[in-house]
Design a binder for this molecule. Structure first.
Ligand code: PHE
Length: 554
C-alpha cells in the first residue's frame, strides 16, 4: 500500500486544532452545571485529581496511539488498535472510535445550530423587549418544534442541516481547512470569553434589584472556589468529575487519535498534548466558570442558580439577562456569548468528522468530498430524529449511551491495550520519542496501574449506583446481608428504563404519564438506532478486513 501521509501545516495549527477539539460546548455549558449540581467547591478537588490521574494519562495514551498508527498509514482506531494488539478482534473495539463520533456529532451539531441562530436573534434584537418567561418560552418552542420562526415549518431542522453543511464543507477542504478554522475560531473564542468573564468577575452586586436585593455575582464565584472537603468521599461527585474530564478533553472518543495520526513520525507528543490539555483547562476553569454562574447569580441570586442550574440556562436565561445591560452592551454580550459557543462547538464537531473520513480514505480510497458528504449523511440520519423527537428524550438517550458510557468503556479498553498488551515500556518509548520535555516517570506508573483501576471504578460505580446514590448506606446494608439495591439511575437499571418507569408510576393516567410511556418508546427507538450504527460500522470494518486480506494474497 502506498503510504503518503497528509500532515498538519504547523505546530501552532496542530495545537490550536487539538485545543479546538477539546474546547467545546462542554467547557461553557456542561462544566458550570456539573460544578453546581455537585456542590461547587466540593466538585473542584475531585475534578482536578481526575484531570491529573485520568485526563493527562489518557491524553498521553491517545496521542501516542495516534502517531503510532499514522506511521503505518492508519488514521482511525480500528486498524491502529489491531496493529497494537494481538488478535484481529481489536479492530472491532476500534469501531467505538468511529461510532461515538458519529453518534455524538448528531446531537452536538444540533446545539451548535442553536448557538448560530441565537447570534442572529441577538443581532436582530428578537429578545430586546421580551420578559424572562417569554425568552425561556421561545427556547422551549424552538426545541419542541412548536414555534413558527419566519413561518417556516421545522425551522430548527433546516438550521441544523445548514450547520451540518458548513461542517461538511470545511471537512471537505481537509486538515488545512480545519487548521484555518481553529486559527480564527480559537483566538476569537478566547477574546469573547475574556470580555464576558471580566464582566462576570466585576459585576458584584451592581445588578441587584428590589425584587432580589441580595443578588451578588461573587456569591457564584465563592460557591465554586471555596474548597470543601465534606463530600470528598461521595462516589457520586467523583463519577461526575471523571465524566466531565472525559467529555471536556474529548478522550475515549477516537478523535484525538485521528488528529494525532497526522503528526510527522518524530514530532513531539509529550509537550503538545500537555499544551492542548492545559489550554482546555484554562478555558474551562477560568473562563467557563466566570460567565453563566456569576452573571446569573448577579441578577437572580444564588438560590435561583442552585435551583435552576441546567443546560438550558445558556439559552433560556442568558439572553434575557444580557438585555438588562442595555441595548448596546446587551447585544455585544449576546454576540460574544453565542459566538463563542459557536466557535467552541464547530472546532469540536469538525474533529468528530475526521475518524470516519480517515477510515474510508485508508481502506476504500474515498476522497475528501466523498468522505465529508457521507459523514454528513450519516450524521443527518442519526441527528434528524433527535430533533424531531427532542421532547421525548431522544437526545438524552444518545448523550447517555454514546456521549458518556461509550467513552469510559473505550478509554478503559484502550488503556489496557496500551499499558498491558502493547506494553507500557514500548508505550513509554513511543510517548518519549521526539519529546520536547522529559515526562515525569511518575506517569509511567500511573498509566500502568492508577488510570486503568480508576476507569474500572468509574465504570462499576456507574453500573452499580446504589439506591439514593447513598454508598455508605449501601455498604452497611450489604454488610448486614440486606443485598444491594440499585438506584433507578444506575446504568444497569437504566437498561430496563427503571428511571423512566420510576417517575411513570407516580403519574399513571395523567398527561405526564402518557408522555412518559411515549418516552420509553422513543428511547428504545434511539437505542436501536445506536445499535444499528454500531453494527453498520462493524460490517464496514469487517469488509475492509476481507479486502485487505485479498490484496495481501494477490
Ligand atoms: N470536548 C468537547 C467539549 O468539551 C466535546 C467533544 C468530545 C469533542 C469528543 C470532540 C470529541 O464540548
Amino acid at each position: 500500500m502506498e503510504i503518503k501521509n497528509e500532515t498538519w501545516g504547523s505546530r501552532t495549527g496542530l495545537i490550536l486544532a487539538m485545543a479546538g477539539n477539546a474546547v467545546g460546548l462542554g467547557n461553557f455549558l456542561r462544566f458550570p452545571v456539573q460544578a453546581i449540581q455537585n456542590g461547587g467547591g466540593t466538585f473542584i478537588i475531585p475534578y482536578l485529581v481526575c484531570f491529573v490521574l485520568l485526563g493527562i494519562p489518557l491524553l498521553f495514551t491517545e496521542w501516542s496511539i495516534g502517531r503510532f498508527g499514522g506511521k503505518s498509514g492508519n488514521h482511525s482506531t480500528p486498524y491502529i488498535l489491531e496493529a497494537m494488539g494481538k488478535g484481529s478482534w481489536w479492530k472491532y473495539i476500534g469501531v467505538f472510535g468511529i461510532f461515538t463520533n458519529i453518534a455524538v456529532v448528531a446531537y452536538y451539531t444540533y446545539i451548535e445550530s442553536w448557538t448560530l441562530i441565537y447570534v442572529f436573534h441577538t443581532l436582530f434584537g428578537t429578545f430586546s423587549d421580551l420578559s424572562q418567561t417569554a425568552v425561556s418560552e421561545y427556547f422551549l418552542q424552538y426545541v419542541n418544534l412548536t414555534g413558527s420562526d419566519f413561518g417556516i415549518p421545522l425551522f430548527p431542522l433546516w438550521i441544523y442541516i445548514i450547520v451540518l453543511g458548513i461542517n461538511c464543507y470545511i471537512l471537505s477542504t481537509g486538515l488545512g481547512g480545519i487548521e484555518k478554522v481553529a486559527k480564527i475560531g480559537m483566538p476569537l473564542l478566547i477574546l469573547f470569553g475574556v470580555i464576558l468573564a471580566v464582566k462576570g468577575w466585576s459585576m458584584g452586586a451592581e445588578n441587584a434589584t428590589e425584587l432580589i436585593p441580595d443578588a451578588n455575582a461573587w456569591d457564584g464565584l465563592n460557591f465554586l472556589w471555596t474548597p470543601q472537603f465534606s463530600s470528598l468521599w461521595d462516589p457520586k461527585v467523583w463519577l461526575a468529575a471523571a465524566g466531565q474530564i472525559f467529555f471536556t478533553l474529548s478522550v475515549g472518543m477516537g478523535s484525538i487519535q485521528c488528529y494525532a495520526s497526522y503528526l510527522k513520525a518524530n514530532e513531539d507528543i509529550a509537550l503538545n498534548s500537555l499544551t492542548s490539555g492545559f489550554t482546555n483547562e484554562f478555558v474551562e476553569i477560568v473562563l467557563g466558570s466566570a460567565i453563566v454562574i456569576p452573571i446569573a447569580a448577579g441578577f437572580l441570586g444564588m438560590d435561583w442558580v442552585l435551583n435552576n442550574a441546567g443546560f438550558g440556562m445558556a439559552f433560556q436565561t442568558m439572553p434575557y439577562l444580557f438585555q438588562q445591560w442595555g441595548a448596546v452592551f446587551g447585544t455585544i454580550a449576546g454576540v460574544c456569548w453565542f459566538g463563542l459557543l459557536f466557535f467552541a462547538g464547530i472546532t469540536s464537531s469538525l474533529a468528530m468528522g475526521t475518524p470516519w473520513m480517515g477510515f474510508m480514505k485508508d481502506e476504500f480510497g474515498w476522497g475528501k468530498v466523498k468522505g465529508a458528504l457521507s459523514f454528513g449523511l450519516l450524521a443527518l440520519i442519526m441527528g434528524a430524529p433527535t430533533i424531531l423527537f427532542y421532547q421525548y428524550g431522544y437526545f438524552e438517550e444518545y448523550d447517555y449511551w454514546a456521549g458518556t458510557v461509550s467513552l469510559v468503556i473505550f478509554a478503559f479498553l484502550e488503556m489496557i491495550l496500551f499499558a498491558w498488551v502493547f506494553g507500557i515500556n514500548r508505550g513509554w518509548e513511543e510517548l518519549n520519542s521526539g519529546a520536547d520535555i522529559q515526562v515525569p516517570a511518575f506517569f509511567k506508573w500511573v498509566m500502568c496501574y492508577v488510570t486503568p483501576v480508576l476507569l474500572l471504578f468509574v465504570l462499576l460505580g456507574a453500573m452499580l449506583t446504589p439506591e439514593g446514590n447513598d454508598w455508605q448506606e449501601a455498604f452497611t446494608g450489604l454488610w448486614k446481608g440486606e443485598g444491594w439495591k440499585l438506584d433507578a439511575h444506575s446504568l444497569i437499571a437504566k437498561i430496563s428504563h427503571e428511571d423512566l418507569k420510576h417517575s411513570l408510576e407516580a403519574k399513571e393516567g395523567t398527561e405526564d404519564g402518557n408522555w412518559l410511556s411515549d418516552r420509553v418508546f422513543f428511547s428504545n427507538l434511539a437505542r436501536i438506532q445506536l445499535v444499528v450504527l454500531f453494527v453498520f460500522i462493524s460490517v464496514i470494518v469487517w469488509f475492509s478486513g476481507v479486502k485487505r486480506k485479498s490484496i495481501s494474497h494477490e
